[in-house]
Write a protein that binds this ligand. Sequence first.
Ligand code: FAD
Ligand code: NAP
Length: 538
Amino acid sequence: MLDMTAADELDVVVVGAGFAGLYALHKFRDQGLSVRVFEAAPEVGGTWYFNRYPGARCDVESVDYSYSFSDELQQEWTWTEKYATQPEILAYLNWVADTLDLRRDITFDTRVTSAVLDENTLRWSVTTEDARVTTARFVVMATGALSAAITPAFDGLDSFGGEIYHTAHWPHEGVDFTGKRVAVIGTGSSGIQSIPVFAEQANHLYVFQRTPNYSIPAGNSVLTAEQVAEVKANYAERRRLSMRSGGGSPYVGTTTPTMEVSAQERQEAFEKRWRLGGVLFSKTFPDQLTDQTANDEARKFWEEKVRAVIDDAGVAELLIPDDHPIGTKRICTDSNYFQTFNRPNVTLISVRRTPIVSLDRTGITTSAEHVDLDAIVFATGFDALTGALGKIDIVGRGGERLAEDWADGPRSYLGLGDDGFPNLFVVTGPGAPAVLANMVLHAEAHVDWIAAAIGYLNANGYAGIEARPDAVENWLAELDQRAATTLFPKANSWYLGANVPGKPRVFMLFIGGFGVYNDICAEVAADGYRGFDLIRKS
Ligand code: FAD
Ligand code: NAP
C-alpha cells in the first residue's frame, strides 16, 4: 500500500494517466510542484489501455500523434506504421512513463469520486473510492473526452446467453470469434475499424447500423527508414505547422473556396486528400464545412469512390449517409470497411429500417427478424466530453455542484476553467477544440498553459485563478456563434451530445481551429489572464 502521509497535501492532483495526465505530471513535477496522479486503471495509457479491439489504430499519423515537448523522446522513438496500432501506442506511452520515471507519482487502480473546494483555504479535497482524502491547491482533470463508454439499455440485455463485449473495454487476453455468429452494434470509428477484422474471423458477422458513416481509406503503410529519417530531421517544422493548423496536423489545405477552382482542380484536390487518407479529407477546401454547395462537391466525390467498391447496389444504398453533411461527424478512417460488405459471411442490418426491439438468450430481435448469435460487440461510443467529469462529484463555491452548473450544457472559459470552481482545470474538454484537433498536441498546449498560469500565480503572490462569469458567458456565446456559421449543427453527433438520451443539445467544441484557439489562449495569458480573477492570498 502506498504511504501518502507526507504527500497528502499537494500542489496539484491530476486525475487520469492517459496522454494528458502523463504529460501534466511530468510538466508540473519539472516546475518543482508536488503532484499526484490518480488513475482508475491498473496502468498508464487511458484510451490506449482500454480500447484494445482488433483493428484499433490512431487516425492522425503516428509521427504527429505523439509528444512534441521533448526532442529527445521524438528522436528516440521510432513509429513503424503511418497509423500506429493500439499495442504500439500503448507501448509508446509505457516507454514514456518509464523514461520519465512517471509511475512513482501515479496511484493506479484508484478512482476519484469527489473534489470539494474549501473556500477559505482555496484548496480542494479530493476523495478516492478507497475513502482516502488528499488535499491540493490545484486539480487538473485529465479524465478524457472519450473515456466514459456507453452500452445502450436494450430490453433483455441481461438475458443474452452468449458473449458480450464493448470495444472500449476489450478483454486483455483477446477474443477468438472463429466459427461464431457475431453481431456488431454501431458503425462509428470503432465499429468501422473492427468490423473488417471480425469479418475475417467470424463464421457470420451481422452489422447493426443505425446511421451510415463517411469513412476514408487510411492508406496505412509501413514507414520506411527514409520516411522516418525525414520526419525526424524536420520535426521542429512539422510541429510548428501542426500547432498553427486547424486540426493539429502539419498539412495545409487549398486556400481557394471549392467552387472558385475549376472542376478538374477540384477533382485533383479531393483525389490528393483521398490518397493522403483519413480525417483530413474534410478540410480539402476551406469552405467545405461551412458551405452546403462546397460540402456537396466533397460528398459527391466520396460517394463515387465508395459506390465503386460495393458490389450490391442495395447494400450501397444503406451504407451511403444521407442525413448529414460529410465531415460534420468525425470522418472515420478504415481499412477495407466498405469492401467487407461484399463478403458472403457479412450481413448489414439497418436498424433505422428495422429497429432493435430486444435481446434474449439466443440473440437480437429486430422489428423484422430474430438473429441467432454467439457474441455481441457494442461499438456504441461514449458519453463524450462531459461523461467522465460527470461521474466525479465536483463541488465548488457555495456548495455548487459542477453537474448542476452544467445541467444545460458544459460551461467554461476557454474550456480551461469555470466560474465558481477556482484552481480547477480541465484538459481537452468541452469548450476547447478537443477532439477536433490532434489530442496529443492539444493536451500539451493545455498543460503548458496551466503550468504557466500556476507559475504566474506563484511569481506574483496569488493564491488562485478563477474564470469570471462574464468571460464564461462570452466564451459560450462565441462557441455558439462559431458553430452556427458551420454545417456541424446539422448532424446528430456526439459533438452535440445527440448520442446520449436526455443530454442537452449544445455544440460543445471550439470550432475556430487549433491554431486560432492557441493564439486566443496565449493572448489571454499575455494580457494578465484577461477574463480570470486572480485571487490574492487572504
Ligand atoms: P484518456 O486517454 O481517455 O485518459 C483518461 C484517463 O482518466 C483514463 O485512463 C481514465 O481511466 C482516467 N479517469 C477518468 N475518470 C477518472 C476518475 N474519476 N478517477 C481516476 N481516473 C479517471 N485522438 C486523436 O487525436 N487522434 C486519434 O487518432 C485518436 N484515436 C482514438 C481512437 C480511439 C479508439 C478512441 C476511443 C479515441 C481516440 N482519440 C484520438 C481520442 C483520444 O481519446 C485522445 O487522443 C487521447 O488519447 C486522450 O488522452 P487523455 O489523456 O486526454 O484521455
Ligand atoms: P461513435 O462514433 O459514437 O459511434 C457509435 C455508433 O453506435 C454509432 O454508429 C451509433 O449510431 C451507434 N449506436 C449508438 N447507440 C445505438 C443504439 N442504441 N442502437 C443502434 N446503434 C447505436 O463511437 P466510436 O465509434 O467509439 O467513436 C467515438 C470517437 O472516438 C470517434 O468519433 C473518434 O473521435 C474516436 N475514435 C477514433 C478512432 C480512430 O480511428 N483512431 C477509432 C475509434 C474511436 P448513431 O450514429 O446513429 O448514433
